[in-house]
Design a protein around this ligand. Structure first.
Ligand code: C2O
Length: 574
């Protein structure tokens, strides 16, 4: 509570200090209607004891999970980030479309240099036509393991939800917890050439629940009254895993996905990959008691070591004994239940008929998957712990993305040569049986690497096929696109075949992260109407570290409303 009051205090203080000049600029440039909200984000260390282990974690304002950012549709957000830790930091506003505000998108080395220790940077953007549940997270190294929080955007005043108003709303953030320094962990994993170690625990709002070592009392709880409908805002702030979520004896009705309304879809369980958000309605229609809210792994890849212990929180009815044994969430699917994932995906439709591009002028085809690069180390035992004694990598169109040492957006904007190329192929150089094709050494499964980008003309109608490959293993990859939402018009298993693929051009879900089916494909469509330098990557953190990403550069169009403005004066330097 004290920290909450503190952050309010900071908000007022920053209000006072916001210089009038900025204010005028803001007002000149942006559509009227929304109000401006100020937040003060201090990157600070916090000492926590979890699982009988004490360590310092990186947080915002010493809160874990971090402070909730509340706003209303069309509001402008101004968030001042001050870095008081020894680490670099930057914050990404995941799912915010950042219309003409690419400079505030947040990924380190893509749209900005990270904010160094002792430095500040102010993010400014408008939530144009956006509402619903999104979230923010660190976008430097693996810091987002503890640096994340909800971004809740209410509809405009007087605009109701398209469903019965819930009695109460709660936010449920799914995470993963390590007893380790995450920046060091990333370095170690890269140096090892092998996979990432599993998390010590899964967490629900930062609490692992009673199933782990030394965690009996570290349990999150929601108190509910019988006979009401609750809305849960579920947020996948996971690092390297996708997870199932369910509540014992209760059905979940999905009404929103990635901040966009859906047709109501009732299910026993949902799956969230990192980067995905879902609003679900739950009715307290069971007998008085304590029920488990459970979260457990979804792993579609073969031979991947996973944390198999489920995180539990309590869904506690008023009148239930505080000591009652929680009814287990028996409905949590098995970790490899691909059908459970597909069934929910099959039912996910936009509430309204969407504005889906019908005529396509830019066809793209990106493969996504793993690679094993040759071991070049003199100490292979230390550095080549990937499959078959190689070095793990991941790629799009067989190129592993290398983060530059500067801000790519800055380099593009200032025409600085030498930091990136514009030769990312629009489709794979070789077509083969992607799903069942060469998948083990000594076949050539190596990738090229480079900071390759794909340039797109302003206003293009883009269709992009994302195709999973079977190199090393097929796996469901949650692909996230910065700066845009896209219509998921189709998906299927196996290799994409335009002759047999069926598309939904009427009411497909409008998302910012798509879990491309394991050993399958997904087709997405969007109009490239937001100029900037936009990261598209797998949101499983270690895959991104291995290079599963690409940068799409959308050129300026005509006139000021189609042109990226100048960078803010306080852009950090690398
Ligand atoms: Cu939520 Cu680039 O990430």
């Amino acid at each position: 509570m004290a920290s909450l009051i503190n952050s309010f205090k900071h908000v007022f203080i920053s209000l006072l200090f916001l210089c009038a000049h900025d204010m005028l600029q803001v007002m000149a440039q942006w559509p009227k209607g929304g109000s401006t909200r100020f937040y003060d984000f201090k990157v600070q260390m916090l000492k926590v004891t979890k699982l009988c282990h004490t360590r310092n974690i990186v947080t915002i304002n010493q809160m874990y999970p971090g402070p909730v950012v509340y706003a209303q549709e069309d509001d402008r957000l101004i968030i001042k980030l001050t870095n008081e830790t020894p680490y670099n930091a930057s914050i990404h506003w995941h799912g915010v479309r950042q219309i003409l505000s690419c400079w505030s998108d947040g990924p380190s080395y893509i749209t900005q240099c990270p904010v160094q220790s002792g430095q500040t940077f102010t993010y400014e953007f408008t939530l144009i036509k956006q509402k619903g549940t999104l979230f923010w997270h660190a976008h430097f190294s693996w810091l987002r393991a503890t640096v994340y929080g909800a971004l809740i955007i209410y509809p405009k005043k007087g605009v109701p939800y398209p469903f019965k108003y819930p009695y109460e709303e709660h936010t449920i953030i799914l995470g993963e917890y390590w007893n380790k320094d995450l920046v060091q962990l990333e370095r170690n994993v890269l140096a090892s050439g092998g996979p990432a170690p599993v998390a010590e625990a899964y967490t629900i709002n930062g609490h692992p629940g009673p199933n782990y070592n030394c965690s009996e009392n570290d349990v999150y709880q929601i108190n509910v009254v019988p006979g009401k409908t609750y809305m849960l805002r579920l947020i996948g702030a996971l690092l390297h895993m996708e997870c199932f979520f369910s509540i014992a004896n209760h059905k979940l009705t999905i009404v929103e996905a990635d901040g966009e309304y859906t047709k109501p879809l009732t299910t026993d369980h949902v799956m969230l990959g990192p980067g995905q958000t879902l609003n679900v309605l739950v009715t307290t229609d069971q007998k008085i008691g304590r029920y488990s809210m459970a979260m457990g792994p979804y792993m579609s890849g073969q031979n991947v070591t996973i944390q198999n212990i489920t995180a539990i929180a309590y869904f506690q009815y008023l009148g239930a004994s505080p000591h009652s044994v929680a009814l287990p969430a028996s409905l949590l699917p098995r970790f490899d239940d691909n059908l459970a994932v597909k069934t929910v995906m099959d039912g996910l439709k936009s509430l309204e008929v969407g504005n889906v591009p019908k005529e396509i002028d830019t066809n793209l085809f990106f493969t996504i998957g793993f690679n094993v690069n040759k071991c070049n180390s003199k100490t292979p035992k230390q550095n080549c712990q990937g499959s078959n004694g190689g070095v793990m990598a991941a790629s799009m169109n067989n190129n592993s993305f290398i983060k530059p040492k500067i801000s790519l957006l800055q380099a593009y904007y200032d025409h600085i040569n030498g930091y990136f190329t514009e030769d990312f192929p629009g489709s794979p150089l070789k077509f083969y049986d992607f799903v069942n094709g060469p998948n083990s050494a000594p076949n050539d499964t190596g990738s090229t690497n480079g900071t390759r980008t794909k340039v797109i003309e302003y206003g293009s109608s883009v269709q992009l096929i994302l195709q999973d490959t079977g190199t090393v293993t097929t796996e469901n990859h949650p692909i996230h696109f910065h700066g845009y939402s896209f219509y998921v018009v189709g998906y299927g298993s196996g290799n994409y075949n335009p002759q047999t693929a069926t598309f939904n051009l009427v009411d497909p879900p409008y998302m910012n992260t798509i879990g491309v089916p394991v050993g399958g494909w997904a087709a997405i469509r969007f109009v490239a109407d937001n100029p900037g330098v936009w990261f598209m990557h797998c949101h499983l953190e270690v895959h991104m570290t291995w290079g599963l990403g690409v940068v799409l550069i959308v050129k300026n169009g005509q006139g000021p409303m189609e042109t990226l403005p100048h960078p803010p004066a306080d852009m950090p330097r690398c």
